[in-house]
Write a protein that binds this ligand. Structure first.
Ligand code: GCB
Length: 594
């Protein structure tokens, strides 16, 4: 902790040092520090935390994290912040949703709370897991900096075995949601830049050996399992009781893999069969519920368990009028209930990793998912640090969700400019996908050349599913061009219409014309009439299930919202286009099962 002289020295340094944050931007909390948490019971650190916004990063400059708890009357030098008392906010939450004065706040904010722990028994370990903090999170315990994470939508872990002392400890998190050129996403997006710790914070205790990773998947007629344990263990025991599977997997330097003959019933949207699996190593034990299925590209078809299928989808953001990016179980279930009503078998979880419960519930309910990282528009493709960040977010997402049968597609980008730098960047991400998980399809929303009426994007040759976002009836005029694009492109792999739609304002919209519900409905009618005749299209995920908040939409009908939802921001009021899409999907489902 600081002596008075340190503070005095630091005071000047704090004013003059513009590299003050460099020691803290380590990105040392990343895919490599994750632990597998399925089946573990942790202690929630949710609830009220002390909170303070810090627009000028005074906290990092002045080292607020090093202040010890003290009565204000007992302090012997001036101070600008009270990490141990003051205003509180709930964790998880997004600060924009808590007070109007924080609505557009972008910068650092400090969260702190005491954490009281018992002494650890010999050899036991402790890990902190943060479900997501938007965007940069720096972790301090008892005055010491312990690590930093970049990426606003994936989980991260850090070991606190040594850092926590028996009795009271102080945990401080500095979370920064600034939009910068080198981040993923960068400054410009079409969704709201929420900030804060908006997913669960949990403290886990484990034996000396901790299972960091477990990957279970179908591999031809067998089940393949990969385990990674950290700590003493020569073997891992893997079991699927319902299939009579019980295998010892030898571990070398903590890693092991086995291919186990087994014949599970296959998972599909119609029959979402899941199996309990357990893995133990060195006294540590984890569990999961896993479905087994194959998903592949065969020529221009998407093939599930050997059968071609059409993806009847809908896109969705993680956004709520009252809670922002904070997601509850109820919210996820409502989203899937609406998707069922629409007749979907597929959802695009745009444009960043959604809460992990989404894929777990999709596994149970029988939805296929497109999961995505926010390599959106013009991120800094030239910058190796940006690629490192994107690669880490992708790896964290894949390791979090690769046991989910529902997840069919990893999407690595959305509408990016076709430059050499971008191609190299995206090829590298596609390779990361295949190295981390060879069992799924890789996709991106690619570019169409509207002059030549052709899919013209060099990335298309390096992915399995070509997404195209098209807005005929809204940003583009002539629906017939969709057929011409198919003819001119003659794609050799499946194409999915990853977005299409139009705004319709249910509150203030006009009776007819742009932003009316009638116009939106008409766009859906025409889209459906056009798309149903196009063989090259193997699925669609129109834009979007609910209206969502965004800074860049401020016209008289938008008023801070993208109004392309089939349902309004209240998540209740269905617009007429909802029934039009539902009718088409009902028809399509019948044709596809005939
Ligand atoms: C797009 C983007 C999406 C936008 C949408 C729109 O092409 O991918 O993020 O929200 O269009 O509404 O313009």
């Amino acid at each position: 902790m600081l002596e008075r002289s340190d503070i005095a020295e630091n005071a000047l340094q704090a004013l003059h040092d513009e590299d003050y944050d460099r020691p803290f931007n380590t990105q040392s909390l990343n895919a490599e520090t994750l632990i597998f948490t399925g089946g573990r019971s942790g202690r929630s650190l949710g609830g009220d935390w002390n909170f303070c916004v810090d627009l000028l990063d005074t906290g990092l400059r002045q080292k607020w994290f090093a202040m010890t708890p003290a009565d204000p009357g007992d302090r012997i030098e001036p101070w600008d912040y009270d990490p141990h008392t003051g205003e509180t906010v709930p964790v998880p939450s997004c600060w924009q949703m808590l007070k109007e004065k924080w609505y557009f706040f972008e910068g650092s904010a400090w969260y702190s709370r005491p954490v009281t722990v018992d002494p650890l028994s010999e050899g036991r370990r402790r890990f902190l897991r943060i479900g997501a903090a938007q965007y940069d999170c720096k972790v301090f315990v008892n005055g010491r900096f312990l690590g930093n994470h970049y990426g606003g939508s994936t989980p991260f872990c850090l070991e606190l075995t040594q850092a926590l002392v028996p009795g009271e400890n102080w945990l401080m998190l500095c979370v920064n949601n600034s939009r910068t050129r080198d981040r993923v996403p960068m400054r410009n997006t079409d969704w709201f830049n929420y900030g804060g710790i908006y997913r669960e914070v949990t403290l886990y205790e484990t034996p000396a050996t901790v299972i960091r990773d477990l990957f279970v998947r179908l591999d031809g007629g067998a089940i393949r399992v990969s385990v990674q344990a950290d700590g003493p263990a020569d073997t891992a025991r893997f079991e699927i009781p319902e299939l009579g599977v019980a295998t010892d997997i030898p571990l070398t330097e903590g890693r092991g893999e086995a291919r186990i003959e087994a014949a599970p019933a296959l998972w599909s949207p119609e029959s979402p069969r899941l199996y309990d699996v357990t893995c133990t190593a060195g006294g540590d034990s984890v569990q999961d519920r896993v479905g087994f299925r194959s998903i592949a590209r065969r020529g221009t078809e998407i093939v599930l368990n050997g059968r071609p299928l059409f993806l009847r989808g809908i896109s969705v953001h993680e956004d709520d009028a009252g809670d922002g990016k904070l997601t509850s179980e109820e919210d996820i279930r409502r989203r899937f209930a609406h998707a069922k009503e629409l007749g979907c078998n597929f959802l695009r979880l745009a444009h960043y990793p959604h809460h992990e419960r989404a894929a777990e519930i999709a596994d149970e309910m029988g939805f296929l998912l497109w999961e995505e990282i926010p390599v959106y528009w013009a991120v800094d493709f030239e910058n190796p640090a940006t690629l490192r960040d994107a690669t880490n977010q992708l790896t964290e997402l894949i390791r979090r969700d690769r046991n989910r049968a529902s997840v069919a597609i990893w999407s690595i980008g959305n509408e990016n400019p076709d430059t050499d730098a971008r191609l190299a960047f995206m090829r590298s991400l596609a390779e990361t996908c295949r190295a981390e998980d060879p069992t799924r399809l890789v996709a991106a929303a690619c570019l169409v050349n509207h002059r030549k009426l052709k899919i013209e994007d060099r990335l298309a040759a390096h992915i399995d599913v070509i997404g195209i976002n098209e807005y005929y009836g809204w940003y583009d005029e002539n629906f017939d061009e969709l057929g011409v694009i198919g003819e001119n492109s003659a794609p050799d792999r499946p194409v999915v219409i990853s977005e299409t739609g139009a705004d319709g304002d249910h509150e203030a919209g006009p009776e007819t014309g742009l932003f009316s519900l009638a116009y939106q409905a008409e766009v859906y009618r025409k889209q459906i009439a056009t798309l149903r005749a196009l063989d090259y299209v193997k699925g669609m995920s129109p834009w979007i299930l609910y209206d969502f908040r965004v800074e860049r939409r401020q016209n008289v009908f938008q008023r801070g919202w993208n109004r392309k939802g089939l349902i309004a921001a209240d998540k209740q009021t269905k617009k007429p286009a909802f029934d039009i899409l539902a009718a088409y999907y009902a028809e399509r489902a019948e044709e596809d099962t005939a």
